[in-house]
Design a protein around this ligand. Structure first.
Ligand SMILES: Cc1ncc(COP(=O)(O)O)c(C=O)c1O
Length: 412
């Protein structure tokens, strides 16, 4: 018997790796000093741990440790990057470019700035969710101060042409912010090679604790200047004041160390499992489509649409498997995913989409269990669907001209 429940929602969050937990443990009760208390050994010990963690993150991102700013998570990092740059450079220009499939933690700060008089360009994506670099180049204007494009999408795993975007932004003298929350620790992210100026990440997406994040802020070529959102003691180069969360930071550092060492092997393992999941589902079921770019995609993420069934019904049928229909942040609402909509997927098909997020605990046995269970759920649910009946007869339900019943006609 397979152990349940099975966790396939690693894009929403990951468990803390036990090695990360062990690294954090001493920093709650024993080494509890304030990292800003440099006058005594308690503070110095805390600071040494924070410095070590800064190095571990910097090694993963290929930057200088002094370019790492600790935050409470990627939502905060995105807010500091976008609003901080807008405030600092608002007198030079007020145009910001982003794209339709960003996370709300980028879109909402951008919208707030728009309401405050900044101009926003929201780039379209192709049907696989990728932005077109030529369209981006055409959108850059003399008053453009920031381009914010994510590394990989949280719903589909689609990876953007980050290196080309970084190069373009540097050629045109525009700052480039990249929300790399879903990518860091899963695929190689190199801020030097990718020419990123500001980068957001969150520890809980890479087997670290919740409530800790990082904003990478480039110091050279160019030196990025931004206004702080949270002011106080001047911590973190004055960009983000507040006493540091030492245990969380230690956990973030250790999570980055482990990711750096194990990422390549783990990515290959998860790619094989993810491909097995998709191939088996496609082989055993009709009317299934993969959403996202199958060439440029996170190794552990799959988003599939199951026509003629509701995603919610599938999730109810697979009640011992943790899955997500669309983004975890918006799955409580009935709005179809803005990401899938931007890719041209109809609201009906978007509602029949499921995200599978594999991770360190995922086994082949679990994948095979999910494929079996999903296949029988689909068979059962589709048996009840008149639209599916039409579809197997070769009639596309979207093209049917429905005749009203006598009752409907009378009450028109
Ligand atoms: C792409 C992306 N950006 C930002 C966030 C927000 O991260 P956090 O929960 O650390 O604030 C998430 C979380 O789902 C995400 O996937």
């Amino acid at each position: 018997m397979i152990a349940t429940p099975i966790y396939l929602d690693h894009n929403a969050t990951t468990p803390v790796d036990p090695r990360v937990f062990e690294a954090m443990r001493p920093y709650f009760c024993e080494v509890f000093g304030n990292a800003a208390s440099r006058s005594h050994s308690f503070g110095k010990a805390a600071l040494a741990a924070v410095d070590r963690a800064r190095e571990q993150v910097a090694e993963l991102l290929n930057c200088d440790p002094s370019e790492i700013i600790w935050t409470s998570g990627a939502t905060e990092s995105n807010n500091i990057a976008i609003k901080g740059v807008a405030d600092m450079h608002g007198s030079r220009g007020r145009h910001i470019i982003t794209q339709l499939t960003e996370h709300k933690a980028v879109l909402d700060p951008c919208r707030r700035l728009e309401n405050q008089g900044y101009e926003l360009t929201l780039l379209r994506v192709d049907k696989t969710g990728r932005v077109n670099v030529d369209e981006l180049a055409a959108a850059i204007r003399p008053d453009t101060i920031l381009v914010s494009i994510m590394y990989a999408n949280n719903e589909t795993g689609t990876i953007q042409p980050v290196r080309e975007i970084g190069k373009l932004c540097h050629e045109r003298g525009v700052l480039f912010h990249c929300d790399a929350t879903q990518a860091v620790g899963h695929v190689p992210v190199d801020v030097k090679a990718d020419e990123v100026d500001l980068l957001s990440l969150s520890a809980h997406k890479l087997y670290g604790p919740k409530g800790v994040g990082v904003l990478y802020v480039r110091k050279r070529n160019p030196r990025v200047m931004l206004s702080p959102l949270i002011e106080g003691g001047g911590h973190e180069r004055g960009i983000r004041s507040g006493t540091l969360n030492v245990p969380g930071i230690v956990g973030c550092g250790e999570a980055c160390r482990i990711a750096r060492e194990e990422m390549a092997e783990e990515a290959a393992r998860l790619t094989a499992l993810r491909d097995r999941l998709e191939q088996e589902i496609l082989r055993r079921n009709r009317f299934v489509t993969i959403n996202g770019n199958t060439e440029h995609r996170l190794p552990h993420t799959s988003n599939m649409s199951f026509a003629y069934v509701e995603g919610e019904s599938i999730m109810l049928s697979l009640d011992d498997v943790a899955l997500s229909s669309g983004s975890a942040c918006t799955s409580a609402s009935l709005e179809p995913s803005h990401v899938l909509a931007a890719m041209g997927i109809s609201p009906v098909l978007a509602h029949s989409s499921i995200r599978f997020g594999l991770g360190r605990s995922t086994t082949q046995e679990q994948i095979d269990y999910v494929v079996d269970k999903l296949t029988s759920a689909l068979e059962r649910l589709r048996e009840m669907s008149p639209l599916y009946e039409l579809a197997i007869e070769g009639i596309d339900p979207e093209t049917v001209q429905w005749t009203p019943t006598e009752h409907q006609a009378k009450h028109r």
